[in-house]
Design a protein around this ligand. Structure first.
Ligand SMILES: [Zn+2]
Length: 95
């Protein structure tokens, strides 16, 4: 919080579920790799086109209903990606 190094602006990304812009580190990044695979990227460093979602099951549900991820990637996102995200979120919340 009082870390001087964080004085520079952190990029904001909007959640594909609720649409709120948040600090990247508060969101889960989903990427589509150049090979066409979807991955959940906790480090935010992997290459690929990315979309972001809050660490919140409600946002995941919203994204599922509104096809937020699909729109973000401009293609149909497999159900497995949503399931993997749900697991990821639930694991985080269980800590
Ligand atoms: Zn959200």
């Amino acid at each position: 919080m009082a870390d001087q190094r964080s004085a520079k602006k952190t990029p904001l990304r909007s959640c594909v579920g609720c649409g709120q812009a948040k600090d990247k580190k508060d969101l889960i990044r989903v990427i589509r790799t150049p090979e066409g695979n979807f991955e959940i990227d906790r480090t935010g460093r992997k290459n690929g086109r990315g979309a972001y979602i809050c660490d919140d099951v409600e946002c995941l549900k919203k994204a599922g209903k509104s096809k937020g991820l699909d729109r973000s990637f401009r293609m149909s996102v497999p159900k497995e990606v949503y399931e993997a995200l749900e697991k990821e979120i639930l694991i985080e919340q269980a800590k």
